[in-house]
Every structure is written in structure tokens, then in C-alpha cells.
Design a protein around this ligand. Structure first.
Ligand SMILES: [Zn+2]
Length: 555
């Protein structure tokens, strides 16, 4: 079955997943600490690889996947417990807060991994099996969502599904979480405000705790992996940019722009794809392809959209790659670049030849077709905003983008620019409260978000035309939208007649068409407004989104 192991070797399938990555990396808002936390986690992944090499030899056949905060491996039956304990200890000792949960299956012959979970009764023909009520539901959720024939599900991916479910269960049942005690007499850390301070940081004149200290020290290294990999990539692609170094802090990174965007990108349906791998080799092939595409796509989009790549005369990067692994990435960017990077990233992923090949490989093999696309959420705000808050908001926006991606089967993005402080972290309700207005008997939606990357590119080209308009006129146009369909259309008619050289009439028509295409075929359009329901009581427009892009400096 495989040249990697003799078929009858007794092995266990092991899965590890880091706990509390989010609260560890984004606990404080200072860039060196965020970077340091992320860097520590990346270096731990390298140490997992080393442990496997030390214990099991130099060929990486045991470790199927390692990255993005988790790993999947095949381990010899008798070594599983020791490896688990060693990795758990490693995470605890290095981070104190970001522990790792590791689980493994019962021992099984290596060859049996590719045959799926044991059925108990091998004579039963799964495809002919009939089930009723709850049993039918279970059969459907386990088999039918993945393939048209149940017997098609009996392969390695079934083991992965089992471990994924077990992982969620184990995490839910955890009763112990790492805790660092702070007594009333302790002076609190100036960075996190939670733990007792233990070090004096001369550079910033702050008393900080040992965890923040570790992260900060790590984050101040000029040659850390995430920027190093980017530099190497630039060289490999013949780019003659100077060697970039990480910015000292966020204000330096955005160099006077004052606002940032936190971009959270994540592949759609990737879990589903990986749970359909037929063998460990298949799984390795899928995950390695995704990781390498992800890197190329992120680096390529940054190189294209962040211009220049460095701040003024210095070599400090104008972007921060907080995390990149598996099929997701978190970036911090200047406001003016964030939206463009997101749209480009989503497009590049979908159009990448390797992704297209993976898709056709997959679809040719008779499995249920998957849609391999990417979604992105971008939360934008003043640089003083707590980064952890922006990260949570970006995650919520990512969910909105994924919802649209499911509907359109195309990679999508959703953004939100917070111009004034808000308390809520709920992306959906925030978008509603900021952009849905009740005007008279009409409900006007002043945004058409989320957009697929194709719609986003179209919107961007229209916004570019709008950027020709003087700022005062753009603002007046935006204000008129808040007064409803009739007022804004009248105002726009007046503007368009007054300034024929901007060709606003055609532009507004195209904005209306952009929204119409997303709604029902029978949708009525009133210039740049499209009717969401036949009763004419709900209208939607993309004009404000376009005006906002201009305002952001994205055009
Ligand atoms: Zn601290």
C-alpha cells in the first residue's frame, strides 16, 4: 500500500493543536510582543520536527503535516505517549500560556489507515445499508456529505475526521488552564496588566512580566523567520528590493498614515478537503500544496499592493506578517493597502495553477467536488485601537465573507472601517448598525458587502473613477445617500449634469448593475440603487462602499 512503512507496522495516528494561540499572540497591542509571540509558536513547530527526527530518524515520513499551530503524525505504537509528553512539556515550558492538546488513536496496522475506520463487520455492504431516523442522520453527516458512495469514505480521511472530532471534544473537556498568580503586593506588568512584573525594559522604560518579556525580546530580533522568509522569497523571484527588516512598532510601520487594517485570510472548505485524503501521502500532498500556495499568494499580493514595501529611506517593512501557516494568514497593513492586498490575495489563490490542479485531481477521482477558494476579513481602525479587538472583528468579518463565498462559490472579502470607537465585537451587527438605515418607509442598505474578488475588482475600478471627483463633492454624495433613495438620486442627477466631464451618469449606472447582479434576476434598479425586494421597501447600493475605498486611499 505504501513504500513508507511495512503494512503491518503497528502505529497510532497522532494530532496536536495549540490552545489559546489567539490570546497568547494578541494579548497586548505592541507589535514586538505580537511578533514575538507568533515567532515563538513558529519556532516550536520547528522543534516538533526536531523531536520527530531525534526519536524516529531523519526522514520526515512520520510527520505528515506540521504548521499553522498544529500537526498530524503517524507514530510507532510504543512511542506515542512519550512523544506526546515531550511536546506538551515543550509548549508549556516555552510559552506558559499556549499549551498544546495532543490526542492519538488506538494502535492500528499502518496499512489499515488507508482503509478507513474498522467497521466491525467487514461483510456489511455500506452502500446498501438502510438506516432510519437518528441513524440515518448520523450516516448522512458521516458519509453522504463527503461522497456519493459510502464505501468511498473508507479511507485515511475517515481517521482524520475521527481525530478532528476527538480534538474538539478533548478541548471542551479540559478543566485545567495555565494560570500565573499575581498577589496584591505584586506590581503588575505594564504591558498586559495581568501578571506580576519581573523585568525592567530599558528601551521603553516599562516593568513587564516574564511572558511579555520573552515575547518582546523575541519580537525585537531583526532576523526573525517571518520577514526572513519574505526576503528570501523576494530574492528568489528576482526582486531587487533592499533586505527588509521588521518595523520597531506600528506607528513606524504605517509611517504617519495613522490607521491600520488587520487582514485575516482563510481557505474555504480546506478541512473538508483534508478529511477526504485517501492516504497519509495524499494528506501530505494536499497540505504541502496549500502551504506553498498560501506563501506565494500572500507574498505576491504584498509585493504587488504595498508600494513602497519599506518606510521612506529606512528598510523597515510597511507590513507585518503576524502568522502564515497551512491555509490561513494574519497580516497587519497600512489602511491604504489592506483592502487591495485582501482582494488580490483572494484572487491569486483561486487562480493559482496548483490550486486548479488540486481541484481537478480531486474532482477526477470521483469524490464530491470541492470548491477551493479563499476568504478574507479586514478590520480597519486607528492605530491606537487594541489589536486583539481588531483580530476578533476581522474573524467575524471573515465569517461574513465565507457566507458569501459559499453562496457564490467564489472567494470573497468583507471589510469594516471603524472611524469612531465601538464596543461591540460582533461584525454582523456592527455592519448592520453602521450601514442599514431606516429612511421613511424604506430600509436602505448603504453597503453591498461582502464582495467576491471579481466584484471587488469591479468596485475598485469604479471607485478609481470616482476618485477624480473633488473631495467635497464625494463627501456631499456620501451624505446624500444617508437621506434615502430619492434624495440621493436627485442630488446625483444634479451633480452629474453640473460636471459632465466626470461621466457620472454611466458610472452610477454601473454601480447599480454591480448590485443588481448579486440580487434576483427581476431586481429593479434606480440608477445606483437596486431593489432588494419586489415591494420596493428595501434598497441597496454599493456607491458608499466605492466612496469609502477612495477615502481609504485604496485607489
Ligand atoms: Zn505582561
Amino acid at each position: 500500500m505504501s513504500a513508507e512503512f511495512p503494512e503491518h507496522t503497528r502505529v497510532r495516528l497522532m494530532m496536536g493543536d495549540t490552545d489559546a494561540i489567539k490570546s497568547y499572540v494578541f494579548e497586548t497591542s505592541a507589535l514586538p510582543e505580537i511578533r514575538g509571540g507568533s515567532q515563538i509558536l513558529t519556532s516550536l513547530e520547528e522543534q516538533i520536527r526536531q523531536i520527530f527526527r531525534q526519536k524516529l530518524g531523519n526522514d520526515d515520513k512520520y510527520l505528515i503535516y506540521c504548521g499553522g499551530g498544529g500537526f498530524l503524525a503517524v507514530v510507532p505504537d510504543d512511542q506515542a505517549d512519550e512523544i506526546k509528553k515531550r511536546i506538551e512539556r515543550l509548549y508549556y515550558e516555552r510559552t506558559t500560556l499556549a499549551t498544546i492538546t495532543i490526542i492519538y488513536t488506538e494502535p492500528v496496522e499502518y496499512g489499515a489507515l488507508s482503509a478507513g475506520l474498522p467497521t466491525g463487520n467487514p461483510i456489511v455492504d455500506l452502500d446498501k445499508l438502510q438506516a432510519r431516523s437518528l441513524a440515518a442522520e448520523l450516516m448522512a453527516s458521516h458519509f453522504d456529505v463527503f461522497s456519493n458512495r459510502r464505501s468511498e469514505r473508507k479511507h485515511f480521511g475517515e481517521w482524520v475526521s475521527k481525530l478532528v472530532a476527538l480534538m474538539q471534544q478533548t478541548k471542551r473537556q479540559k478543566t485545567i488552564a495555565p494560570f500565573v498568580e499575581a498577589l496584591p503586593i505584586h506590581r503588575r506588568c505594564d504591558a498586559c496588566g495581568k501578571r506580576p512584573s519581573a523585568h525592567y525594559d530599558e528601551l521603553r522604560g516599562e516593568e513587564i512580566c516574564f511572558i511579555c518579556w520573552q515575547k518582546r525580546q523575541q519580537g525585537r530580533h531583526e532576523r526573525h523567520d517571518l520577514i526572513q522568509n519574505f526576503n528570501d522569497w523576494l530574492r528568489k523571484h528576482g526582486n531587487s528590493e533592499p533586505f527588509l527588516k521588521p518595523a520597531a512598532d506600528l506607528p513606524e510601520m504605517i509611517a504617519g498614515e495613522g490607521r491600520i487594517g488587520l487582514l485575516y485570510a482563510d481557505g474555504n472548505n480546506m478541512g473538508e478537503l483534508l478529511q477526504q485524503a485517501r492516504s497519509p501521502r495524499d494528506y501530505r500532498h494536499f497540505s504541502q500544496t496549500l502551504s506553498s500556495v498560501m506563501r506565494d499568494v500572500v507574498y505576491g499580493s504584498i509585493t504587488e499592493c504595498v508600494r513602497p514595501l519599506h518606510v521612506g529611506q529606512s528598510n523597515s517593512a510597511r507590513f507585518e506578517i503576524v502568522a502564515i501557516g497551512g491555509d490561513d494568514a494574519i497580516l497587519i497593513l497600512p489602511l491604504s493597502c489592506a483592502w487591495n492586498v485582501a482582494a488580490e490575495l483572494v484572487r491569486r489563490f483561486e487562480e493559482d495553477e496548483r490550486i486548479k490542479n488540486l481541484k481537478s485531481e480531486f474532482n477526477d477521482s470521483g469524490r464530491r467536488p470541492v470548491c477551493l477558494t479563499m476568504s478574507a476579513g479586514i478590520a480597519m481602525a486607528d492605530v491606537k485601537y487594541p489589536i486583539g479587538f481588531l483580530r476578533n472583528l476581522a474573524e467575524g468579518l471573515l465569517k461574513e465573507a465565507k457566507r458569501w463565498a459559499r453562496k457564490t462559490q467564489t472567494g470573497s472579502l468583507c471589510h469594516l472601517w471603524l472611524r469612531s470607537p465601538v464596543i461591540s465585537e460582533d461584525a454582523r451587527s456592527l455592519v448592520r448598525s453602521l450601514y442599514h438605515k431606516k429612511i421613511g418607509a424604506c430600509l436602505c442598505s448603504l453597503t453591498a458587502r461582502p464582495y467576491t474578488w471579481e466584484e471587488a475588482k469591479h468596485l475598485h475600478s469604479l471607485a478609481k473613477q470616482l476618485s477624480q471627483l473633488p473631495k467635497s463633492q464625494r463627501r456631499a454624495l456620501a451624505e446624500s445617500l444617508e437621506k434615502g433613495v430619492l434624495v440621493s438620486v436627485n442630488y446625483a442627477l444634479y451633480q452629474s449634469a453640473r460636471h459632465p466631464r466626470y461621466q457620472l451618469s454611466a458610472l452610477f449606472g454601473q454601480l447599480g448593475e454591480l448590485v443588481k447582479k448579486r440580487l434576483a434576476a427581476t431586481t429593479q434598479v434606480n440608477w445606483f440603487w437596486a431593489e432588494e425586494d419586489a415591494a420596493g421597501s428595501r434598497w441597496q447600493t454599493a456607491l458608499l462602499d466605492a466612496l469609502e475605498l477612495v477615502e481609504m486611499g485604496a485607489c
